[in-house]
Design a protein around this ligand. Structure first.
Ligand code: GDP
Length: 298
């Protein structure tokens, strides 16, 4: 909890720092609401989620006959909890063997890092892991995964300049033959606006289903929290194209834009499987709404 608090320090300073002044005692009036609105908007909560939170808080104030603005703090926490709790659905990989996870996201979002951290965590739970290096265009991405795989004793299926769909098809078949528990398929970084490239990821998705009907079991979109409101657009675009089943919000430790999590929740309530709050393996942690909110307000 301390590490999470530390990781979220920049978002906490941005949000909490301003709220301290606002909730310092005094009566609840329109000025307070207006100021709260500004604080939420400047914390990347987004227009729709800000409106929703304000409505929720006003209802609570009425229902509970609150009068002192210091009571708004608890009302805001409760409103956030209600918004974020539906996103708290940890990834369960025991439903299939192999369980196939397809990772997507724009370049630099944190896909490779996420794959490494997850592989370590799965192995620590006694699960066998195979990685398919589907980003065949970026030699550096492939090499990065290979080096990492050798160091950690994880088999990485790769092919120089090959067809990503073919690499991933081979990897899934190999995992079936070897009785591997979890396959993580990396895909090339894509901007959703690059339609022909998006079509290529859809092809990868179809090919995985051919190798193992019903797979991929998880389409995981990795988002860089630093991109703020742009992350919301990425969620919409990737979800429209692929049907995203889970999100990873990375680099929350480096940003004051952690409020974007509320914007995502309001826009598309896709489960946030993990949040990244630092460089250590353990810093990729399952999303827990109340833990997250406590860390923001502590
Ligand atoms: P990819 O292009 O999507 O595969 O992105 P990478 O996994 O290569 O990550 C890009 C950069 O972000 C690397 O320098 C990572 O170390 C860094 N990074 C990824 N996740 C986190 C995180 O949760 N916190 C911090 N501080 N850095 C991260």
């Amino acid at each position: 909890a301390e590490k999470l608090k530390q990781g979220l320090s920049r978002t906490r300073n941005q949000l909490g720092g301003q709220l301290v002044g606002l909730f310092g005692g005094g009566k609840i009036d329109d000025d307070v609401y207006e100021e709260l609105e500004t604080i939420l908007l400047t914390s990347d909560v987004g227009v729709a989620a800000t409106q929703k939170l304000l409505d929720d808080i006003k209802n609570r104030v009425k229902r509970q006959s609150l009068s002192d603005n210091s009571q708004l703090r608890e009302a805001l926490k409760q409103a956030l909890l209600e918004l974020l709790t539906p996103l708290q659905k940890p990834l369960v990989t025991s439903t299939h063997k192999p369980f196939v996870i397809m990772l997507t996201g724009v370049n630099g979002a944190g896909k490779t890092t996420t794959i490494g951290k997850l592989a370590n965590q799965f192995q620590a739970e006694g699960k066998s892991v195979l990685i398919a290096a589907g980003d065949t265009f970026r030699a550096a991405a492939r090499e990065q995964l290979q080096v990492w795989g050798e160091r950690n004793n994880v088999h990485v299926v790769t092919q120089d300049g090959g067809d990503p769909a073919a690499v991933i098809f081979d990897a899934v078949n190999s995992a079936k033959a070897k009785g591997i528990d979890i396959v993580m398929a990396d895909t090339a970084g894509r901007l959703p606006t690059q339609l022909n490239l998006m079509e290529e990821i859809r092809k990868v998705q179809r090919v995985i289903d051919k190798a193992l009907p019903g797979a991929p079991h998880e389409v995981l979109l990795v988002l860089d929290a630093n991109t703020g409101q742009n992350a919301v657009m990425q969620v919409n675009a990737f979800d429209d194209a692929l049907g995203v089943t889970g999100l990873v919000l990375s680099k929350l430790d480096g940003t004051a834009k952690g409020g974007v999590i509320a914007a995502i929740a309001q826009s598309r309530p896709i489960p946030i499987r993990y949040i990244g709050v630092g460089e250590d393996i353990a810093d990729l942690r399952p999303f827990n709404a109340s833990e997250f909110i406590e860390a923001l307000f502590s």
